[in-house]
Write a protein that binds this ligand. Sequence first.
Ligand code: GDP
Ligand code: IMO
Ligand code: MG
Length: 425
Amino acid sequence: MPGIALVGTQWGDEGKGKITHLMADQMDMVVRYSGGNNAGHTVIVGSETFKLHLLPAGILYSHIVPVIGPGVVVDPKVLLDEMDALEARGVATDRLVISGNAHVIMPYHREIDHLTERRLGKMKLGTTKRGIGPCYADKASRIGIRVQDLLDPKIFTAKLEVNLREKNLLLTKIYGRLPMKIDSIIEEYLGFADRLTPLIVDSVSVVHEALEDGKNVLFEGAQGTLLDLDHGTYPFVTSSNPIAGGLCTGAGVGPKAVDRIIGVTKAYITRVGEGPFPTEDRGSDGLEMVQRGKEFGATTGRQRRCGWFDAVIGRYSARLNSLTEIFLTKLDVLSAFDSIKICTAYQYNGQKFENFPPHQTIFHHAEPIYEEMPGWRSDIGGAREWDDLPENAQNYVRRLEQLVGAPITDISVGPEATEVVRRTI
Ligand code: GDP
Ligand code: IMO
Ligand code: MG
């Protein structure tokens, strides 16, 4: 089966958008299987930069069928605005396929996301406030509204009534806000249906037919492994399963549908939002990474927290995702350093942890054990072949793959599509 998975191995923003672009030539279909418009994937095509949030990056290529799978949560207004913005730039969006089983982000989800964060105060998660968590919560509670419900005004209205009865109590009694009015929501959401109707199909069959026809299907991950609801740094995670396993439920295929699982991995590590981060560098090195790596969120514009490569996380991700290979990104950013640190294990209470700790307290208080490697201190943006890289950069890459346990097959050395070292050994 010619399915390929592309997953983030850290806390998101590893450069998945760029890698999707690099693979686009060989792909026939690109499927988003989890998350929603909390994602921000930057794709640079020639002189144009696109920041995609909800649409699969495959939308940019006329030969690719882009699919929003059942595991995605869809904010219809964001979807249509994103499609309009692309159309205005000459990108056709009418090939888009949307699963009727995907859940719909409603106005109360966004509002509750805001209010919950405020209520949590110091304990807040630092969400993107796009309503992602509350929407997935309703899905799990079985009161969610699905994309297919937009096609049936009677069912949509009935489900909305049930939801608003509860949500308005929450908004007024707990949060002291005004209740939401059903009529305006019905008018707005059913208004979206006209445009969305032709795009809503049985996406699972569409994906299976493509696989059966021998078409190349890329499952484009959003977020990253440590943001996974079950395996990430809970509660500082998103509410879906970005790991490779998530594509089975999120797209509706079995695990045998993919034979390559590519882990997109930054040569250092970043995180947006709250939560533990053992190798975070709040000093000048972290700031250097922010500046050289332009580490500002593509969705919320927040400055990303930066730190050294964490091989404990790398190993954990390689296992969780059954990575067959790693696409290493942003190696050029490390050209700034005389010496580069790699976290090989953690220390806590006199104990050493080489694997991801089983208890969150340990991870919260983990002290990284570092080894240091000499930097290369030269511009590597022009490197295209393995031999173009300075020896110290080669040694760094070799050491990472040794520690993580998966081969690094390609290396990105700049934001542009051409800035890539294809590794042959
Ligand atoms: P995604 O969410 O995984 O698609 O990643 P983002 O697009 O949110 O963030 C990655 C950022 O790094 C984007 O601004 C990319 O243009 C940029 N980028 C990707 N690869 C490289 C690279 O190898 N070097 C540098 N300097 N920037 C890169
Ligand atoms: P891409 O696809 C980085 C983070 C948020 C927050 C946590 C929960 O661009 O890699 P949510 O709004 O999902 O409930 O927020 O998850 N987060 C991301 N961080 N990249 C992303 O996506 C993210 N999507 C969510 O910052 O910490
Ligand atoms: Mg991003």
